[in-house]
Design a protein around this ligand. Structure first.
Ligand SMILES: Nc1nc2c(ncn2[C@@H]2O[C@H](COP(=O)(O)OP(=O)(O)OP(=O)(O)O)[C@@H](O)[C@H]2O)c(=O)[nH]1
Ligand SMILES: [Mg+2]
Length: 373
């Protein structure tokens, strides 16, 4: 048994394979990591297999799987999961796009308790070197689609990631296409994911296998993962949607509080519209905070109660933007334009609501593990 298996899927990588194996091996030995290097090749017609077999003579912890059926990158990675002789897997490309220097850090993050560690191109410190515009646009599009499922993850389609065996061991993965990480995130058993930035370097040699069918395959995969979550409520995707739903319910209750207090203060206490609206808005902010804190985002946190004041402060802070929007729209529409103040208030609330969700998701209740936004 090893402490780590570095899985490298390959197809026609004769010009890169020796370099990547040597580089990974050097990183493993420099950092005293008892690791296995597992090359999973789709029976490349070039010299890839021969080169790996030669290297096996001097690197005993280098393993090779040659596949003859069901050709594909994702399928190869999943076969790597099955053949690996360790409990931690790290997947990386053979074409030197993923710097092996990050391996120790990724392993350390898994050992620190994260279920998945993602080498991320789309966060501060990460990036892509030398990519033509077309590749950038396709990649951004794929990332956007993936983030509909995992809004907390910046690069859910990275090919450079580490994962605990327990995440994928019993997962009903349907490997297809290029984006195996999305499948792992969608169907694996996990709670914490951490992203670390890295700079993706475009392949210098060898040919790219990315084609148009990759894009349609990917779209189908995103839809499949969304459908999967309907029947698997423990999945992260489902949990995320549930949060959105709960947030909506709390928002509706907030509208009732806001509107109810406004009408009460104006009609029965006879306060002016601006003064009534300040109380109405503030009370609805407090009520929304309490419901979101004890209900909507309850499962996200390992926080202790003492942090509730900090969250309230943060919620109150970001709600000021929404409150000003609400207040301004209500008073301008009602006093200057003459619209019924109850309708003007609802319009103000809806605009403020959209603003608030976006900000709160990123600051107040962000997951501790991802520290991204
Ligand atoms: N086993 C296996 N590996 C593959 C297959 N297609 C690609 N790979 C490997 O998967 C990794 C990523 O493939 P790349 O072709 O580099 O994909 P990319 O990085 O999106 O595109 P380029 O770098 O522009 O070529 C490389 O190590 C490839 O050798 C395949 O069908 N089977
Ligand atoms: Mg590549």
């Amino acid at each position: 048994m090893y402490d780590l298996t570095v899985i490298i899927p390959t197809f026609k990588e004769e010009s890169n394979i020796a370099t990547i194996i040597r580089e990974v091996d050097a990183v493993l030995s420099r950092n005293a990591i008892n690791g296995e290097i597992l090359v999973v090749d789709d029976n490349s017609p070039d010299r890839t297999i021969g080169i790996v077999r030669d290297l096996q003579k001097t690197i005993p912890h280098l393993s090779l799987v040659v596949r003859n059926e069901d050709h594909g990158l994702s399928q190869s990675v999943v076969e790597g999961f099955q053949k690996a002789q360790s409990d931690i897997f790290l997947v990386m490309d053979a074409d030197l796009s993923h710097p092996p220097d990050h391996i120790p850090e990724m392993l350390a993050e898994i050992r620190a308790g994260n279920d998945i560690v993602i080498g991320s191109r789309y966060m501060e410190g990460g990036g892509i070197k030398k990519w033509p515009l077309k590749r950038r646009v396709i990649s951004k599009g794929a990332t956007f689609l993936g983030r509909l499922l995992f809004p907390e993850i910046r690069d859910p389609v990275s090919g450079f990631f580490a994962v605990k065996k327990s995440v994928v061991e019993h997962a009903e993965l349907k490997p297809r296409g290029y984006k195996i990480l999305l499948e792992v995130l969608g169907k694996g058993t996990w709670k914490t994911a951490k992203e670390i930035p890295f700079e993706f370097v475009d392949r210098a040699v060898g040919s790219s296998k990315l084609g148009l069918d990759t894009i349609t395959e990917y779209a189908a995969q995103v839809i499949d993962n969304a459908c999967f979550s309907w029947t698997h409520h423990e999945s992260v995707v489902w949990q995320e949607w549930i949060k959105l739903f709960k947030y909506g319910i709390v928002g509706l209750s907030g509208i009732i509080v806001n509107e109810g207090v406004l009408i009460y203060l104006k009609e029965f206490v006879h306060l002016s519209l601006p003064v009534s609206s300040i109380f109405a808005i503030e009370l609805s902010i407090l009520s929304n905070f309490i419901w979101n804190d004890v209900w909507t985002f309850n499962s996200d946190r390992k926080h202790t109660l003492s942090h509730r004041w900090q969250r309230l402060l943060s919620f109150q802070g970001v709600s000021i933007g929404g409150a000003i929007i609400n207040f301004a729209i209500l008073n301008v529409l009602a006093i200057l334009i003459g619209i019924d103040y109850r309708i003007a208030n609802i319009i103000g609330i809806l605009v403020a609501f959209a603003w608030n969700f976006w900000i709160n998701r990123r600051f107040t209740w962000k997951k501790q593990c991802t520290d991204l936004f």
